[in-house]
Write a protein that binds this ligand. Structure first.
Ligand code: LRH
Ligand code: MN
Ligand code: MN
Length: 426
């Protein structure tokens, strides 16, 4: 199903007078402080975030999963859902596939479906954290780190296969996240596990097409609760350096121990030109995968402040690949993703407001209070009219969730797909 441009336009008309009043008020203020409002809006229009193929259905925990009606049950339907998100928000122009959860059966048909929905293929994700049917060896005791060479070879072969699938679709990057680790002390030899992982990643790297990137994701714990081989950004960074210039670290916001200074990690990686990819979500305790900006919006702003600084100043760092990596246990996944996209745009817009020249001067003067005031001035600005204006300029909805509800999109999806459809994935 698709939303017509007229439907969006007509719904927008009910909101547009109010929006203009809010936008003009903010634009005047920003203009007075020397900001180029049009440039800000253009930057927001250009900011696109990939939606993972596993985020379109209801997620769950190991205690249960409560399905959501009208869930997409094929990759085609998932791409259609991303198409809907993109029509409403104009921010979700890419999909990130997880293999083998979402193997395209007919590559040409999938490419066509994506094109129809104006969706491009972002990073492809390999999966060596679960055993698949008809697999010769188990990953129970690790994949790329396994002490058994045959297991490592199987995991390397899978990654090569994922690269091949991605290449056929037009992807340009592979994300590797490993669950490899140990549940108990003594189970693994740390050095052996790390060496095997490095050697295996180098094998995968060798197979990477010239214009591809390899993203190495880290995570401190889970599913292994004593140690994880690629536990932190330092390990990922070291492995990326060992692989070569096309390998980068991927930061997932939920993959840090509580109170980790993620913005500092971002700054360090960008300075070294090694921040390749980014997974957005929010977290209270661990890898909670809750809606972006729902728990720590100020942290998200501080992280974006470093991203904006890095994009501006660290030409040695490629433009990062953005993806939402969240799970939807109680909400309509599409509504949840719209909330996440809005939170990302808000944090980005606020970071764009930071007066970098003044901040530098205040830092130079050791004026700590002024430094903090400059960040607060940006953070406390209500930038929602800017974000809405970016959507309007791109042909999206002034208020995406309200429009989605008014147009009764979920009901239409249930009518088409039924109440009991189930999405593949986590
Ligand atoms: C691991 C992870 C990784 C993906 C996804 C399913 O926790 O963040 O990025 O494989 O979850
Ligand atoms: Mn992730
Ligand atoms: Mn995760």
């Amino acid at each position: 199903m698709k939303i017509s441009k007229d439907q969006i336009y007509n719904t927008n008309q009910k909101k547009i007078t109010q929006h203009h009043a809010r936008f003009d008020f903010l634009a005047n203020e920003l203009d007075a402080s020397g900001l180029q409002v049009n440039e800000l809006v253009d930057k927001l229009v250009a900011f696109q975030v990939a939606i993972p193929s596993w985020a379109l259905g209801a997620g769950g925990t190991r205690f249960g999963r409560f399905s959501y009606q009208g869930e997409p049950s094929s990759l085609e339907q998932k791409i259609e859902d991303i198409g809907l998100l993109h029509q409403l928000t104009q921010t979700a122009g890419a999909v990130s596939l997880h293999i083998p959860w979402d193997i395209p059966e007919d590559t040409l048909a999938i490419k066509e479906k994506a094109l129809e929905n104006r969706i491009v293929f972002d990073a492809v994700n390999s999966n060596t954290f679960q055993d698949q049917k008809n697999q010769a060896f188990s990953y129970k005791f690790g994949s790329l780190c396994n002490t058994n060479k045959a297991v490592r070879e199987q995991a390397i072969a899978h990654n090569k296969e994922v690269i091949k699938i991605g290449n056929d679709l037009g992807s340009k990057s592979l994300t590797v996240w490993l669950a490899d680790g140990a549940n108990f002390p003594g189970q693994n030899n740390f050095q052996t596990a790390l060496s095997h992982t490095e050697d295996s990643l180098k094998e995968i790297y060798k197979y990477l097409p010239e214009d591809w990137k390899l993203f190495i994701e880290y995570k401190p714990y889970e599913p292994n609760f004593y140690s994880t081989v690629i536990q932190d950004w330092g390990t990922s960074f070291m492995l990326a350096n060992a692989c070569g210039p096309k390998a980068y670290t991927l930061v997932d916001l939920g993959h840090h121990l509580p109170n980790t200074n993620i913005e500092q990690i971002v700054a360090t990686l960008m300075l070294k030109g090694k921040l390749g990819g980014f997974h957005f979500n929010d977290s209270k305790y661990g890898d909670d995968d809750v809606t972006v900006g729902s728990i720590k919006p100020y942290s998200l702003f501080l992280i974006f402040n470093e991203l904006v600084y890095g994009i501006e100043n660290n030409k040695q760092n490629p433009y990062p690949a953005w993806m939402i990596d969240a799970s939807h246990n109680t909400k309509d996944p599409l509504e949840d993703l719209m909330q996440s996209l809005e939170a990302i745009q808000i944090a980005y817009a606020k970071a764009l407001l930071v007066d970098q020249t003044k901040l530098k001067a205040a830092q130079q003067e050791h004026d700590v209070v002024a430094c903090q005031e400059i960040l607060h001035a940006a953070y406390n600005t209500d930038v929602r009219p800017l974000v809405a204006q970016a959507r309007i300029n791109a042909g999206g909805a002034v208020t995406p969730i309200e429009t989605y509800r008014n147009l009764q999109i979920r009901q239409s999806l249930i009518d088409i797909r039924g109440k009991n459809s189930v999405a593949s994935g986590l």
